[in-house]
Ligand binder design. Structure first.
Ligand code: NAI
Length: 396
């Protein structure tokens, strides 16, 4: 059995710690259990992208806050005797074990959510075990997608539209604030990013579930988006990824037209350290400043707090905060004018020398490592650990 230590390169960590990941999952479960039980929550929930970040939280909240049966879909790497697998693999094993202990139904599928085969497998299991699902959470973040019909593979890019975008950014390896210039995307890159991160696969999932007769009457479905402050709009909201996110709104309109108003919704979530967000230029510096301001104000949330609030407001109260486009806004605390004014002032001042004073870069780094199970109290990182683990309820 190996001793597992972090091996990071930029926004990637190639190792993860099984016991540390399990501790992360346990802490999220404990948070949910410490909150009042959720009312009117879906009882049979399918989460697509369920192993890390917002999707993992979206599985934990209905399961441990409302006793829901859950099916999770993700694309993760199992470990071997000598090498650790991916964090999402260990998170999912821990989730399955905790759910089993709590007497909750849980099953998972490790494979390509974009494929027809995986959808068919999930549907078969729903038919056999649950009959129907009453909520579908779509929380995929992927750099590529192979179209299940044509076999063509599309890659998503993180680029501005129209003109070159230049702004401050953070080199997280060197703790340096530098300037980055990103050339605009080609039309083809925009279209490919929409293919990967837009609403097409979400609608394919709902159609496949519907055709198989496994959607419960009055089912709900949610996908996640981000808007953020103006300084990041060229690379996010007005860039390739934002164009893909706008495509989700079209899917919402089509699903609502077919299944009834308020069936589908986009939830705009807060910027948080996850494997997906650390890959976006400029955003990690913004997140480091945002964490500083929100922690000082006492209203900082992580994925589990965000998603708990989503379920508590969206399901528990019909007047849940939604904007003029009908999207649920759990980024409301992030986007509050006082928070944004402070972040903006810090943004103008921050440089390599004052990075650790003006921003919560230390918090950013610690949270990044925690995503992979490192830096958690009570875990002996010098000890050998079993990396070759699995549970029967995860297929693939
Ligand atoms: P993440 O990287 O933590 O999670 C991505 C999930 O997708 C994982 O479970 C992964 O296994 C799964 N996945 C990727 N490719 C797959 C495939 N081909 N088949 C099956 N599963 C696959 O990402 P994060 O940040 O939780 O993002 C989830 C959603 O939330 C995304 O739509 C993202 O845009 C959105 N969001 C994220 C924010 C952030 O700051 N992190 C803010 C607002 C929205």
């Amino acid at each position: 059995m190996p001793v597992v230590t972090p091996k990071t390169r930029g926004f990637i960590c190639t190792t993860s710690h099984p016991t540390g990941c399990a501790a992360n999952v346990k802490a999220q479960i404990e948070y949910v259990k410490s909150q009042p039980a959720l009312e009117n929550v879906a009882k049979k929930v399918l989460v697509i992208g369920a192993s890390t970040g917002y999707g993992l939280a979206s599985r934990i909240v209905p399961a441990f806050g409302g006793g829901a049966s859950t099916i999770g879909v993700f694309f993760e790497k199992p470990g071997s005797e000598k090498r650790s697998g991916s964090a999402g693999w260990y998170n999912s094993i821990a989730f399955e074990q905790e759910a089993k202990e709590a007497g909750l139904y849980a099953k998972s599928f490790n494979g390509d959510a974009f494929s027809h085969e995986l959808k068919a497998q999930v549907i078969e299991t729903i038919k056999q075990d649950l009959g129907q699902v009453d909520m579908i959470v779509y929380s995929l973040a992927s750099p590529r997608r192979t179209d299940p019909d044509s076999g063509e593979t599309f890659n998503s890019v993180l680029k501005p539209l129209g003109e070159t975008y230049t702004n401050k950014t953070l080199n997280t390896d060197k703790a340096e604030v530098t300037e980055v210039s990103i050339d605009p995307a080609s039309q083809e890159e925009v279209e490919h990013t929409v293919k990967v991160m837009g609403g097409e696969d979400w609608s394919y999932w709902i159609s496949a579930l519907d055709e198989a007769g496994v959607l419960a009457e009055g089912f709900k479905t949610v996908a996640y988006s981000y808007i953020g402050p103006e300084m990041t709009w060229p690379i996010y909201t007005n860039g390739t990824i934002g164009t893909a996110k706008k495509d989700l709104d079209k899917t919402v309109a089509a699903l609502d037209a077919k299944y009834g108003a308020q069936t589908a919704v986009v939830s705009v979530n807060k910027a948080l350290v996850t494997q997906a967000s650390s890959a976006i230029p400029v955003v990690p510096l913004y997140i480091s400043l945002l964490y500083k301001v929100m922690k000082e104000k006492g209203n900082h949330e992580g994925c589990i707090e965000q998603i708990h609030r989503l379920f508590a407001t969206y399901y528990g109260d019909a007047s849940a905060a939604s904007d003029e486009d009908g999207r649920v806004r759990i980024d409301d605390w992030e986007m509050a004018p006082d928070i944004q004014a402070e972040v903006d002032a810090l943004w103008n001042k921050v440089n390599t020398e004052n990075l650790r004073d003006l921003s919560d870069f230390d918090g950013y780094q610690a949270e990044f490592l925690r995503l992979f199970g490192f830096g958690i109290d009570g875990i002996n990182y010098e000890a050998e650990v079993d990396t070759d683990i699995a549970v029967p309820s995860i297929e693939g």
